[in-house]
Design a protein around this ligand. Structure first.
Ligand code: F1P
Length: 329
C-alpha cells in the first residue's frame, strides 16, 4: 500500500486516539508561560510549504481566541532578513522534519534578535528540536514526502491549546473528533463519486483559518497528483482568477458561518461557467460543522482527492517528481 495513502487513512482512527491520549492533556508549561507573557506583543509564526500553511492557519485562530497580534512569514524571508522590523519576543517555528534549512536559519536570526523560539516538529532528533529554545515535539509518525496527517494533528493540538488558554469551550473538539471517522468515509465517497479524469484544474476557496486550509488543500493536490491547483480567499476568486474557469475546473468551497448567500451566488456563477462546485460545511456536499474548530478536518477531502487523482493518472503520490522530504539549501 502507498505510504501516503496509509498516512491519510490513518486519520480515520488516529485522530481520536491522538485526541484522547495526547491533546486533552497537552499544555506545555513553558509555552503557556511564554504565551501569557506575550499577550500584548506580536507573536511570529514561521514555516515553509505545508508548515507555512499550518503556521498561517494556527495564527488566525490564535488571533481569534487569544486576541494576540500575530505575523506570519515564510521562513526564507526571516532567514534572509527580508521582513519588516520584527517586534515581540516569541516565535513559533514550524517544521515537520525539523531540518529545513530556512527554518533553522530563521531560528538563528530570531535568536540573535532576542526572540524566544518554539520549535514545532515531529522529529525529536531534528536540528530544530535541539536548536530552538522550547522544542515542542509531537508524538506523530509520518514517513511520506507529502505532509498529511501531521498537519491536521498539530493544528488540532494548537487550536485546542489556544482555547484552553483563553478559557473558551473545548467541548466541540470532542464532537468533531467523534465525527472524524464518518467524515473521512463521507469525504472518500464524495471524491470517489467524481469523474476525476474530467478535471485538470482544482480550486480551493475559504476565508480566515479556512483560507490556510485551502492553501494546504491546493498544495496536496499539486504535490500528489501534479494537477494545477490554486487557493483563494473565497470572494477573491471573482476578482480575476475566475477567468480560467471551464468544465475541467473542480472547485471546493470551505463554507463558513454568515456567508451562505455569497457562497451560493458564487457556486451558481461558477457552475454557469462550466465548473463543478462542492461545498464542505453545514448543509454542504461534504457535511461538517462551520465552527472554526473544524479546520483540522478540512484538508482531508483534498488529501483524498490528491491521492485519487494521482492514481487515476498513474502517478505515484509517494514519489512526487522534484520533491524531497526536507529542503536543504
Ligand atoms: C516543509 C516542506 C514540505 C513539503 C515538501 C518540502 O518541510 O515544504 O511541507 O511537503 O516536501 O518541505 P518541513 O519543514 O515541514 O519538514
Amino acid at each position: 500500500m502507498s505510504v501516503t495513502l496509509r498516512e491519510i487513512t490513518d486519520q480515520k482512527h488516529e485522530l481520536k486516539n491522538f485526541f484522547e491520549n495526547f491533546v486533552v492533556n497537552f499544555s506545555d508549561r513553558n509555552i503557556l508561560r511564554e504565551i501569557e507573557s506575550s499577550l500584548t506583543e506580536e507573536i511570529l509564526f514561521v514555516g515553509c510549504g505545508s508548515s507555512y500553511n499550518l503556521a498561517l492557519t494556527a495564527s488566525r485562530y490564535f488571533e481569534r481566541v487569544l486576541k494576540v497580534r500575530t505575523k506570519v512569514f515564510p521562513a526564507g524571508e526571516v532567514a534572509f532578513e527580508k521582513t519588516p522590523k520584527l517586534e515581540g519576543k516569541l516565535a513559533f517555528l514550524f517544521s515537520r522534519t525539523g531540518n529545513t534549512t530556512e527554518v533553522l536559519l530563521a531560528n538563528e536570526v530570531l535568536g540573535r534578535k532576542g526572540f524566544k523560539t518554539v520549535g514545532i516538529t515531529i522529529e525529536e532528533n531534528s536540528k530544530l528540536s535541539k536548536e530552538s529554545d522550547i522544542p515542542l515535539v509531537f508524538p506523530i509518525k509520518e514517513e511520506a514526502v507529502v505532509m498529511t496527517k501531521s498537519f491536521n494533528m498539530i493544528l488540532l493540538s494548537l487550536m485546542f491549546m489556544a482555547d484552553r488558554i483563553s478559557g473558551s469551550s473545548v467541548s466541540p473538539y470532542g464532537e468533531l473528533v467523534e465525527y472524524s471517522e464518518r467524515f473521512f468515509d463521507i469525504s472518500w465517497k464524495a471524491v470517489e463519486g467524481i469523474d476525476l479524469k474530467r478535471y485538470e484544474h482544482f480550486v480551493f476557496l475559504g476565508v480566515a483559518e479556512f483560507y490556510g486550509v485551502s492553501l494546504e488543500s491546493a498544495l496536496k493536490c499539486m504535490e500528489m497528483s501534479l494537477t494545477f491547483s490554486e487557493a483563494y480567499s473565497t470572494l477573491e476568486y471573482r476578482h480575476g482568477p475566475k477567468a480560467l474557469v471551464d468544465e475541467k475546473t473542480l472547485v471546493f468551497v470551505q463554507k463558513v458561518a454568515g456567508m451562505d448567500a455569497q457562497e451560493k451566488r458564487l457556486k451558481r456563477e461558477l457552475e454557469s461557467l462550466g465548473a463543478t462546485v462542492l461545498e464542505i460545511g453545514e448543509d454542504g456536499d461534504i457535511p461538517l460543522s462551520n465552527d472554526w474548530r473544524s479546520a483540522f478536518l478540512r484538508t482531508i477531502p483534498a488529501q483524498i482527492l490528491g491521492y485519487q487523482k494521482a492514481s487515476s493518472r498513474g502517478v505515484s503520490p509517494d514519489r512526487p517528481p522534484h520533491l524531497e522530504k526536507t529542503v536543504t539549501l
